[in-house]
Design a protein around this ligand. Sequence first.
Ligand code: NDP
Length: 485
Amino acid sequence: METTTITLPAATISGHAHRSATTATSTPIHNAATGALIGWQEQATADQIDKAVREAHKALPSWRTTSPATRAKLLKKIAELIEADRARLAAMQMQVSGKPPFEANLDVSDAAATFDYYAGLCAEAAAFTPETLKLPDDTVTGERFYEAVGVAALIVPWNFPMVTTAWKIAPALAAGCTVVLKPSEFTSPVEHMLAQIIAEAGVPDGVVNLVNGGGAVGAQLTAHPLIDKISFTGSTASGRKVMQAAAQDMKRVTLELGGKSALIVRADADIERAVSLAVGGAFTNAGQMCSATARILVHDDVYRKFMAAFETAVRAIQVAPPAEDVVMGPLVSAAQRERVQALLAQGVEAGASVAFSGQLDPACGDGFFMAPVVVAEPAVDNVLWTDEVFGPVACVKSFRTDEEAIALANDTRYGLVATVVTADQDAARRYKTQLRAGLVWINTPQLIFPQVCWGGLGLSGIGRELGLAGLRSYQELRHALTDAA
Ligand code: NDP
């Protein structure tokens, strides 16, 4: 029997915990794998949000003028402390999200690698060194330079809390921005641990602040006039609200939103590999991924062979609470499971048919588990084919020509990622350029490196995270022209 040991303060501002005067607005924190209540999170008041932003604003002049070399050392230290605390971070990630150990550990590795990468960019210093411009007039000299945007509001969801937070905090700090972070209320204990690590590394008070609460707290944060930049990851619906809030003061925005991505299996594909990529693309993190490739397109010639192997693989997926051989954990909350099941029922009601599904381990008990489901040949206007499900539901459709596959894959207003499985390099090149997606994987799992930018087209968002572009998204580009005489 678990005990309710976690009590998170409403806010952490300049290194100090700020408690709420009332527990009436506190929200429960559950263990997703058991359903047990494991703690409570207080909700930040309007005054606490205001204070957090003002402290970040106060810390800005000193932090943005810290040398890149100093910032490099601090970011490197954060990466090392994350690695050193791997066991505790992974355990907390497993507790709140129910992720299997290998997924929880991947999240820790990704967070550490992100801080390490931005430490490297700071150490190189090239991204911070003013550049001289070649101009057609030698009576003037031109210079291009970059400067921290200012105070950044960072709002993250629950599906990869440690990862999405690292993708925002690391480049923001590298650029010289100070931040106010609002984690998702479902998984915030993970971010609290990260915030403690950042303080332990020696990042000065006021540079990283954290406010707890739901959408209303996020909305107050985005509306604050002293916020210069908002980086948001979450649903397209909330992303629209964030953009509207940003419009008032022309705040800079980066939006990493949903997706409805495709995985294409050509007739020449290695079917074993295609199945493995399909399982990973659709069911990693129980399908709760903006990058889920849950629209699987399979060439007619290999459709039956693929479906037979896919069925065997899906039935073999061990869905259970975190343990060594477990492949798939629960959904994040009872509400998310209800939402996914309702969408599945809606799709079936409209004519989609379930081809096969996986099964739950008896150990699943009261956790928020759902077995993986595969739907065959839904209509192109079926909700399961058109809408982001954000759960373990994949659709498979057959195609006859590359043109048809590309048209089907691109028939969405999202454009985050795509996967192509083929032995033909020429075909791979055509797909790479013709698929409308921010990142295309060819014959690989969903590899993510901090060097490679992340972000999508259309409804999948605006801007890019990670890579040099991720750093630039926290900087203003400026120029100076000087009389050379
Ligand atoms: P949301 O977009 O509502 O939440 C994402 C984050 O934004 C959370 O921290 C949330 O707070 C906060 N938030 C909500 N409304 C606002 C607002 N108006 N202004 C500022 N911040 C806000 O996603 P949900 O968690 O509700 O999930 C719903 C669906 O969204 C999922 O089923 C999935 O389809 C999609 N989604 C996509 C993600 C992605 O990575 N692309 C990630 C998560 C969800 P809080 O959650 O604490 O209330």
